[in-house]
Write a protein that binds this ligand. Structure first.
Ligand SMILES: Cc1cc2nc3c(=O)[nH]c(=O)nc-3n(C[C@H](O)[C@H](O)[C@H](O)COP(=O)(O)OP(=O)(O)OC[C@H]3O[C@@H](n4cnc5c(N)ncnc54)[C@H](O)[C@@H]3O)c2cc1C
Length: 372
């Protein structure tokens, strides 16, 4: 049931996980939403994502719980193992009843999560192939300027345009994100290709010789697909692209000394995707006038806590609720409430993600996972 007393006209830049969750949260509060996305089509590459209970709860509230359950895998537990001996260092029973955090921990293909969100957003909300190149701040309205010169106005503009956000650069002249010195190799393979390795339905993190060297594996897509994310320190390769490929031999060599079955598992990974990991210090400010930021545009982080998308999803509902008070408080004050409510939590998680978790295999953040 729509709750907002005054319907706001909100423009969202970017149709990633954050932008789509924001649209759903705003629609639920009764606002009008339009998303402008530069990609011609919405697609996600072969990679997995952990949807921890803090994000599952929000996604269920936003009406996509059934879609998550349709393909999302519920692991029996999260495991931490030592790289040299394969010794079990710790476990978390995430999905046994009664649920420890009140919602399931899912393991998903990114594409399945994106599909779930897109299916829930009315088609007319999403405008594809529209790149935002400029912004205009006004007392009564805010505007974005699209490539080609078209101008679109709204009561509020939300920059959910990712780690290289144009909106954050135009608003605050923020510096470029910093290369973390680590890269992630990612692979999805048919579960049948690893059947003989007898890998359990867990999310297992193999902690390497240093914290920046580790490997995580789990099943996704109704247990039909197996996902591997392997992180290694590597200077001099800073490409961030969902489609850049790594050399199979690099991956095999990097994990050759791990305990069984990891050397064999990475041999079966084929040609992995390779992604340089970037991050940023927490921003001082997210909002200015009628503009604000959300998700990776304001709090990008290394993925070692598997919380980047979860934070964007949490942002979405807090922003929508704050804006529903805008009639009483004014838009600028509502955006301040959103930012104040979210900034310390996201800054804490950004900082935790890059530092060594205090206890191997423990939940370092009050969230649920130390694995990407
Ligand atoms: C290896 C790896 C593993 C990860 N694992 C996890 C995990 O297990 N769990 C988890 O919660 N998080 C994980 N993350 C983090 C998560 O992927 C990100 O935090 C999340 O995708 C951010 O969503 P977003 O919507 O803020 O940004 P994005 O997904 O980057 O979306 C931004 C959108 O804005 C669009 N855009 C950009 N510029 C413009 C413009 N000028 N005009 C119009 N549109 C524009 C882009 O095309 C894009 O669609 C992982 C990240 C990595 C790299």
């Amino acid at each position: 049931m729509p709750r907002a007393t005054k319907r706001l006209d909100v423009v969202v830049v970017g149709a990633g996980i954050g932008g789509l969750a924001t649209a759903l949260a705003l629609l639920k509060e009764g606002h009008r939403v339009r998303i402008y996305e530069r990609a011609e089509e919405l697609s996600e590459v072969g990679a997995g994502l952990q949807v921890s209970p803090n994000s599952t709860r929000v996604l269920e509230y936003l009406g996509v719980g059934e879609a998550l359950a349709a393909t999302g895998v519920r692991p029996e537990r999260l495991e931490s193992r030592d790289w040299e001996q394969g010794e079990l260092l710790g476990t978390h029973e995430m999905n046994s009843e009664p649920l420890r955090y009140g919602a399931y921990h899912y393991l998903m293909r990114r594409a399945d999560l994106l599909d779930a969100l897109v299916s829930a957003v009315p088609a007319e909300v999403i405008h594809l192939g529209r790149t935002v190149v400029d912004i205009e701040q006004g007392d009564e309205r805010a505007a974005i300027v699209l490539e080609g010169g078209e101008r679109v106005e709204g009561d509020v503009v939300v920059g959910a345009d990712g780690i290289h956000s144009t909106v954050s650069r135009l608003l605050f002249d923020v510096s470029k994100p910093r290369f973390s010195g680590t890269v992630a190799y990612r692979a999805l393979l048919p579960a049948g290709d690893v059947q003989d390795l007898d890998l359990p339905n867990t999310s297992t993190k193999w902690w390497g010789p240093v914290v920046e060297h580790h490997l995580v594996h789990y099943y996704v897509s109704s247990l039909k697909t197996f996902n591997i994310i392997a992180v290694v320190p590597e200077e001099g390769w800073e490409t961030e692209s969902w489609t850049a490929k790594g050399e199979p031999e690099e991956l095999v060599k990097a994990f050759a000394d791990y305990a069984d079955p990891i050397p064999e598992l990475v041999r079966r990974a084929g040609t992995p995707l390779k992604w340089a990991l970037h991050e940023r210090e927490p921003l001082e400010k997210w909002s200015e006038g009628r503009f604000t930021l959300l998700g990776d545009s304001c709090h990008p982080m290394v993925p070692f806590l598997a919380q980047g998308a979860a934070m964007a999803i949490e942002d979405a509902v807090v922003l929508a609720r704050a804006l529903s008070k805008a009639e009483e408080t004014g838009v600028e004050q509502a955006l301040k409430v959103y930012e104040t409510t979210r900034r310390s939590r996201t800054a804490h998680i950004q900082n935790q993600a890059r530092s060594t978790p205090p206890t191997r295999g423990s939940s370092a953040t009050g969230s649920t996972s130390t694995t990407p």
